[in-house]
Design a protein around this ligand. Structure first.
Ligand code: FMN
Length: 223
């Protein structure tokens, strides 16, 4: 598979088949992703791979906690700026509206939307999950490195016929997950990635998010 094909075919998959992903495949993906660049070659990423009974355990723990609070434990970092300005505000709103429309959940169906959000905490049915954390001393540059590493994982997953969904939603359960995963105090949980085989029969996976045209985000100087 060409890099361009991996990029173009990657999307956030929110319905997976139950077929397991061999741990050997996950290891191969991470071995490949470790070639990602990082400023000063700090390689400031840490990954927890969770499959099988361990995955069921995480799901069960969070399911029990969700009954008390859908907002979780709050996040340690701000997922979005508090007063998102345009054009970002509209982009965020539009992708949400388009996603719910694709699966027939109306705007006033708050319960339906909440239930769909809660699917995050079932890893959308994926048989494998990766949790990404970073040393607390790290700065924006290293968070960017972690993002590049995660993109490498998602592209290599395509090469193996696998799909992914990056999930910041997991950050709202940072305390529970931190304890369960035995995350040392030095590490901060950033996000999860659900990993598995795409369920093509589910309309949620047929939604393709928009992108702004090149001219909107590029400045060419020179000839
Ligand atoms: C760091 C990161 C965190 C994300 N967190 C979530 C999440 O918690 N739940 C979710 O359903 N999608 C999540 N997404 C997916 C984005 O909504 C998605 O990437 C964006 O709408 C573009 O769509 P695409 O990935 O299908 O191209 C996340 C993506 C990234 C990169």
């Amino acid at each position: 598979m060409k890099v361009s094909e991996a990029l173009d075919s990657r999307l956030s998959v929110r319905a997976f088949l139950p077929a397991p992903v061999p741990v050997a495949t996950i290891r191969a993906i991470l071995e490949g992703a470790k070639r990602s660049p990082s400023g000063g070659n700090l390689q400031p990423w840490h990954v927890h791979v969770v499959t099988g009974a361990a995955l069921d355990e995480v799901k069960a723990i969070i399911k029990a906690r969700l009954a008390d609070s859908t907002a979780g434990e709050g996040t340690e970092y701000q997922i979005y700026p508090p007063n998102l300005t345009e054009p970002y505000r509209t982009r965020r709103f539009r992708v949400g509206e388009q996603l719910y429309e694709a699966i027939g959940i109306a705007r006033d169906n708050k319960f339906g939307r909440l239930m769909q959000f809660a699917r995050n905490f079932e890893f959308f049915g994926a048989p494998a999950a990766l949790f990404f954390s970073i040393d607390r001393q790290m700065q924006p540059g290293q968070w960017a490195d972690l993002g590049m590493f995660m993109q490498s994982v998602m592209l290599l997953a395509r090469e193996h016929g696998l799909d992914t969904c990056a999930q910041e939603a997991w950050a709202i359960w940072h305390k529970t997950l931190g304890t369960h995963l035995k995350l040392p105090d030095t590490l901060m949980l950033f996000a999860g990635i659900s990993l598995g085989y795409r369920d093509d029969g589910n309309p949620i996976n047929h939604f393709r998010s928009e992108r702004a045209p090149l001219e909107d985000f590029t400045t060419f100087l020179g000839d």
